[in-house]
Ligand binder design. Structure first.
Ligand SMILES: Cc1ncc(COP(=O)(O)O)c(C=O)c1O
Length: 356
């Protein structure tokens, strides 16, 4: 017998996107924001005192809760701070799922969900999206204790309407977690649902819209009863003093945030249009990445050829995703470099087909 519980022994573990060490690569593989965080963040960081480091942090990050509550038009007791959105996902699996309490989600989606299910040893009810990535109706009639919908969805970038999510939450007798890690780049979000529905948890991340992937900060929005239940499950000091100060400065600077988000959205539309001109199929994206499908090329071959040019994108060796690549939206220069490389790769591909 091994040292680990059987399900841990058998688990593969999450495989994060590749983080290259060299600085001179074009990194469009893990959906970071291409622009730096707010100058207010850098100022706060420079002012961190030894005393802030010596003491334990505020266990609930009240300063951030108040700032996030103001931005979202809810009260501070509707907010729970997390060590990145992933921390909230771990907390939710521990709070709601076990051997007799399954999780359900539409697929394909964020590849961390099945990994957390394995750790928790809970059954997974995976319901496939249709070809247009519409929300599967069957999601409303499972016996799951936790249903998760990533909206915008990763890795497709597609968006489900608030009306559909409201009626799903209404039909479910258990918890619906709406993973809004990418919602800063969408036209709408689900905050309003929390006001009327006591079974909805919204996940937000400071990694994408606020350019803070390096500090690890995210938060939950839900009614106070759900928040206090989740608080019982979190680590006692799950957000540190530096991250809390930095995330608070970032969320308070809404002007800088909105400017950056607009730049990313504009580039996303241009990138999608240029990829379509290269004969990629690109579903409309509400996130800071696009999914590009090319039935004539294998995603892993495009990936390898881009790596040879020092360009990193993401592909997933998973059912239904073999012919798809996911590209994070970069600055316009970065996107131009990627598009030029893709043009070269596709014309090499055509030339080799002709010579066969
Ligand atoms: C769908 C989705 N949810 C949640 C997260 C968690 O983000 P973070 O832990 O960086 O806040 C990610 C990260 O890539 C994601 O893609």
């Amino acid at each position: 017998m091994g040292y680990f519980r059987e399900n841990i022994e058998k688990a593969k573990g999450y495989e994060p996107g590749f983080q290259p060490k060299q600085a001179d690569v074009l990194k469009l593989n893990t959906n970071e924001n291409p622009y730096p965080p707010s100058p207010a963040v850098m100022k706060i960081l420079a002012q961190i005192s030894a005393e802030q480091l010596r003491r334990y942090p505020d266990p609930v990050g009240q300063e951030f809760r108040q700032a996030a509550a103001k931005v979202n038009g809810v009260s501070a007791d509707c907010i729970m701070c997390c060590n990145g959105g992933d921390d909230l996902l771990g907390i939710a699996f521990r709070a709601f799922c076990d051997e007799t309490r399954p999780v359900a989600y539409p697929a394909p989606t964020y590849s961390l969900y099945p990994v957390l299910a394995k750790l928790q040893n809970c059954k997974v009810i995976e319901i496939p999206f249709d070809n247009e990535f519409n929300l599967p109706a069957k999601l409303a009639s499972t016996d799951a204790a936790l249903t998760i919908v990533s909206n915008p969805n990763a890795p497709t970038g597609t968006f489900v309407s608030l009306e559909e999510l409201a009626s799903l939450a209404d039909e479910l007798s258990a918890v619906l977690l709406i993973d809004e890690a990418y919602v800063d780049f969408a036209e709408k979000n689900c905050t309003m649902l929390v006001k009327d529905l006591d079974n909805v948890i919204i996940l937000r991340s400071m990694s994408k819209g606020y350019s803070l992937a390096g500090i690890r900060f995210g938060y939950a929005i839900a009614q106070p009863e759900l928040i206090s239940g989740l608080m019982k499950v979190k680590d006692s000091y799950n957000v540190d003093a530096v991250a809390t100060a930095v995330a608070t400065a970032a969320i308070k600077d809404q002007e800088y945030f909105k400017e950056n988000v607009e730049k990313v959205k504009m580039e996303r539309e241009r990138l999608a249009a240029e990829l379509r001109a290269l004969k990629f199929e690109v579903p409309d994206s509400a996130a800071n990445f696009v999914l590009a499908i090319n039935k004539n090329c294998k995603a892993n071959e495009i990936y390898d050829k881009l790596v040879k040019r020092n360009i990193y994108i993401r592909y997933f060796d998973l059912p239904g995703l073999e012919d798809k690549i996911r590209i994070s939206v970069g600055t316009s220069e970065q996107n131009d470099t990627l598009l030029l490389a893709l043009k070269e790769i596709l014309s090499e591909e055509i030339a080799s087909l002709r010579s066969q």
